[in-house]
Design a protein around this ligand. Sequence first.
Ligand code: F3S
Length: 106
Amino acid sequence: TFVVTDNCILCKYTDCVEVCPVDCFYEGPNFLVIDPDECIDCALCEPECPANAIFSEDEVPKGQEVFTQLNEELAQKWPNITEMKEQLPEAEKWDGVEGKIQYLEK
Ligand code: F3S
């Protein structure tokens, strides 16, 4: 499965949802997640993310392991998103800032 990690927070570009063949993205206020039970490992979303926030489960960067569990958990709670929309207003400013998990709204 693929995992959305820290750098999506406060950016939420949503390019990823447009290419997902199984519509397995779920949307929160300032972050998106992938449902690991629905993801078919096609890898199409990974290169689409302008923030490079999507990783294969076995390549999640060190220190971001918590996001694997967060994707699984929040996918059960948040609504499905299948079409691209506008990024968050301060996406450019936040792209690349480390440790945005402290701002994650659930
Ligand atoms: Fe987030 Fe990247 Fe998708 S910023 S919404 S994972 S395109």
